[in-house]
Write a protein that binds this ligand. Structure first.
Ligand SMILES: O=C(O)CCC(=O)C(=O)O
Ligand SMILES: [Fe+2]
Length: 224
């Protein structure tokens, strides 16, 4: 994947993106999930990482002032701090452009009918976690595909903070994903319970969800 990253440019329809999207699609098709280390294009990774660090200096540090209800809504289930991505920043726009390419590819290849996308930056401070949960419950939500990317260098086993993806309700072991810079995780939202283990250092990421266009809108998705 290294060769892919180095030549990435924001040209919209990029064939390098297509080979990455093809691998993601294959994982989703075969297993329902895909874990791709250091796969997010380097320029995009850098732009998002830099943007998140700048926001840290502003918004995240004055949590509760500028961000209102987005902060610590349900401390029992999750303790991270989030900031929704609206596309107001260049980095946010680049991210949404890349995601739109993924959406188009997955719809063509897997006929998923992905219709809209929402995502937020997340910051887990030392001790933060997100307990085992589903991003969507069968028949109760139109969230169909979860996407997570990470912005952390030099992550050690002692840093904790792994995403653990479980294959079913009965799976106790799961698959651990180290939240390393540029790793992209995608999984079917209704199929995989997952959790974020307590991190021992600051952990930066984006979490996002594709929705299909259904009229099931009267139920709030799982706690955030
Ligand atoms: O950050 C992660 O690894 C996953 C976060 C998550 O599960 C969520 O925000 O729903
Ligand atoms: Fe989740």
């Amino acid at each position: 994947m290294l060769a892919l990253k180095n030549v990435y440019e924001f040209t919209g329809n990029n064939s390098n993106d297509d080979s990455l999207f093809a691998l993601i699609a294959e994982g989703i098709d075969k297993r329902g999930y895909s874990i791709m280390p250091t796969a997010l294009p380097e320029a995009l990774t850098h732009s998002l990482f830099t943007h998140q660090q700048l926001m840290e200096a502003d918004k995240f540090k004055s949590a509760g002032i500028g961000r209102g209800k987005e902060y610590l809504q349900n401390e029992f289930v999750r303790t991270d701090a989030i900031s929704w991505i609206t596309g107001e920043s260049q980095a946010g726009q680049d991210w949404l452009t890349w995601v739109a390419g993924l959406q188009t590819y997955l719809n063509r290849r897997l006929f998923l009918g992905l219709f809209s996308f929402e995502s937020h930056f997340a910051h887990y401070s030392p001790g933060d976690y997100y307990k085992r949960h589903y991003d969507a419950f069968k028949g109760e939500s139109n969230r169909v595909l979860s996407v997570v990317v990470y912005f952390n260098s030099h992550w050690l086993p002692s840093d904790g903070g792994e995403l653990v993806l479980y294959k079913s309700d009965h799976d106790k072991e799961g698959i651990k994903v180290v939240p390393l810079m540029g790793t992209i995780v995608t999984f079917l939202s209704e199929e995989f319970p997952h959790q974020v283990l307590a991190a021992n250092r600051d952990r930066y990421s984006i979490a996002g969800w594709f929705r299909v266009n259904t009229s099931v809108t009267d139920r709030v998705d799982p706690p955030r």
